[in-house]
Design a binder for this molecule. Sequence first.
Ligand SMILES: *Cc1c(COP(=O)(O)O)cnc(C)c1O
Length: 363
Amino acid sequence: MKNNHVTSLKINLKSVDFNLNYFKSKLQKNTKLLIVVKAFGYGSDAIAITKHLQNKVAYFAVAYAQEGIALRAAGIKTPILVLHPQVENLELLVTHQLEPSLYSHRILDAFIALAKSKSFIDYPIHIKFNTGLNRLGFLGNQLSEITTKLKSNTTVKVNSIFSHLAASEDKNETEFSLEQISIFKKIVDDFENQIGFKPTLHMCNTSGILNYPQAHFNMVRLGIGLYGFANEKEKTADLKNVISLHSYISQIHTINKGGSIGYNRGCIANKSMKTATIPIGHADGISRKLGNRNGFVHINNQKAFIVGNVCMDMIMVDVTDINCSEGDKIVVFDNQETVETLAKNSGTISYELLTAISQRVKR
Ligand SMILES: *Cc1c(COP(=O)(O)O)cnc(C)c1O
């Protein structure tokens, strides 16, 4: 299908490979790589990413069972860890050979009961420990209760135990991160002693990989770094941009001095102006906070600021001093710096800006 005049998001798989190799170069030879593709692969296309990487990495992870099911439906055979399964979805999860992170007695008990009812043998599970993020996970002092439950049955097998750093990107919180790592190490030692074997261990996300090489253990969980963001200017500069967002000029208007632009007359022209209407709005992920000259696009390599309010399906940009025509291509972003600037100007971070790009936008 011809894709003219449609807002579209492009994914550069060569940049994915580049970034993957960059992070691989930070790992020991035998450290495994898990790629986090939750939220549609950080707003890109989880199926395209996993199809491309399925023979290059050990694991994928998603947040919810449904996200894993979509990957299985696309033919992905790689092991998939579900980071935040719900008791209600466990049956569905095992139907699609997804591997649950079990983070509380409630969900551990429910899963063991399910595994028994299905007469599973050694179904792979992952135990999540809370070492300071206080989001999901068992506490270290619950360990013996967990291992008692696990030792007394053969329906499940602990493939990995893991934890998550709360502030791996923040140099001011190094002490806290090191404390989390040492709490995790103690849990690991006790766990291995009580259970009598060594599961895979993992703790680091993107910034953890870069800042805490001593905490790589047997596997790392790479998320935003794959897409070219390292939560730090200098390190982001080492990476290649993966996701770019383009659109087209639908219509150009000349606004006389005193005329207004957009809903609630958000912009009043204080001189004669020329505006371009672009088919992308807040329903596509362009925050309303980017209205009124907080956000911009690039047209023929020049910055065109958003004027007035961001509409659901459109923005209007100031092209008074830009030579352009209806039908011209525009760039919303095609590099990390622009993403970071737009994120900052809308009071958020790259993670939210990327994952906010809605499914209406063609990939
Ligand atoms: C999202 C997530 C990651 C990936 O984090 P990045 O900062 O994007 O690398 C890793 N582990 C867990 C548990 C997560 O929820």
